[in-house]
Design a binder for this molecule. Structure first.
Ligand code: CA
Length: 232
C-alpha cells in the first residue's frame, strides 16, 4: 500500500513541484491550500506524513499543527514544517507547536525527500482509533455508524462529525467557533447558530434511545457529559 503524503501549501507552483517529486518517489499525494479544510481531510484520509507550510491564509501552520496534536486519532502523524529562509524564530515556534521536523525554503528537493523518508521510518503507525465510546453511546469510526446500546442511531454526516468531536474529549466544552472550524471546515457562510440547529438534530436522534448527555453551556458551547445541567 502506498503512503499518503499531504502537502498543505498555498503556493500552487511549489505544491505541484512537491506533488510531482513525491509521486516519483512512489507516494500518493494530496494537496490542500487552506487549514480548516486540510484538517477535515487529515481526519478523513489519515496521511502518513504531512508537509505543512508555515504561512497560510486563514490559519497558520503553527495553529494547524497544534490542532493536529490535540486530536487523538491524528496526533501521531509526523509533521514537517516548511518555513521561509532565515526565520529562526519560526523554527523554534514550529517545533514547540509539535512539528517533528522542519525544512527551510528554498529547500533542495532531494533533501526534502530524504526528510519525508526519515519521518516515515521514525513514525509510529498512526494510532487510528476504530471506536469511540461514551456511556452507552458507541461510534464505529471505520463504518461511520453510531449505536446506543444495541440500537442503531441514524445520524447525518454533520451530526456524526459533531458527535465525534464531542466524544473525543468527554467533559470538554467546545465553543461554537471551534465546532464550526472543525466540523464545517472553511465554509465561511455558516453562522454559529447553525451549530445549535445541528446539535438539536443530534440530540433528537440520540435521545430516542437514552438520556441526554449533550450539555449546553450557556454563552460558551457544548460538551458531552453525564452532568446535563443546563438543558435548552
Ligand atoms: Ca504560504
Amino acid at each position: 500500500m502506498k503512503h499518503l503524503v499531504m502537502v498543505i501549501e498555498d503556493e500552487e507552483a511549489l505544491a505541484l513541484l512537491l506533488k510531482y517529486n513525491l509521486e516519483k518517489e512512489g507516494y500518493d499525494v494530496q494537496i490542500e491550500s487552506r487549514g480548516s479544510r486540510a484538517l477535515a481531510e487529515i481526519e478523513k484520509n489519515c496521511p502518513s506524513v504531512i508537509l505543512l507550510d508555515w504561512m497560510l491564509p486563514e490559519m497558520s501552520g503553527v495553529e494547524i499543527c497544534k490542532l493536529i496534536r490535540s486530536k487523538p486519532d491524528i496526533k501521531n502523524i509526523p509533521v514537517i514544517m516548511m518555513t521561509a529562509k532565515g526565520e529562526e524564530e519560526d523554527k523554534i515556534k514550529g517545533l514547540s507547536s509539535g512539528a517533528d521536523d522542519y525544512v527551510t525554503k528554498p529547500f533542495s528537493v532531494p533533501e526534502l525527500m530524504a526528510r519525508v523518508k526519515a519521518n516515515l521510518r521514525r513514525a509510529p503507525e498512526p494510532v487510528q482509533e476504530k471506536e469511540l465510546s461514551f456511556e452507552d453511546i458507541k461510534m464505529d469510526l471505520a463504518e461511520k455508524k453510531v449505536f446506543r446500546g444495541d440500537s442503531y442511531v441514524h445520524l447525518g454526516p454533520t451530526e456524526f462529525r459533531l458527535l465525534k468531536t464531542l466524544m473525543e474529549t468527554p467533559g470538554k466544552v467546545f465553543s461554537r467557533e471551534y465546532l464550526l472550524k472543525t466540523v464545517w471546515g472553511d465554509n465561511i457562510y455558516v453562522e454559529s447558530r447553525t451549530v445549535d440547529v445541528h446539535i438539536r438534530r443530534l440530540r433528537k436522534s440520540l435521545n430516542e434511545f437514552g438520556p441526554d448527555y449533550i450539555r449546553t453551556v450557556r454563552a460558551t458551547g457544548y460538551s458531552i457529559d453525564t452532568h446535563n445541567i443546563e438543558e435548552i
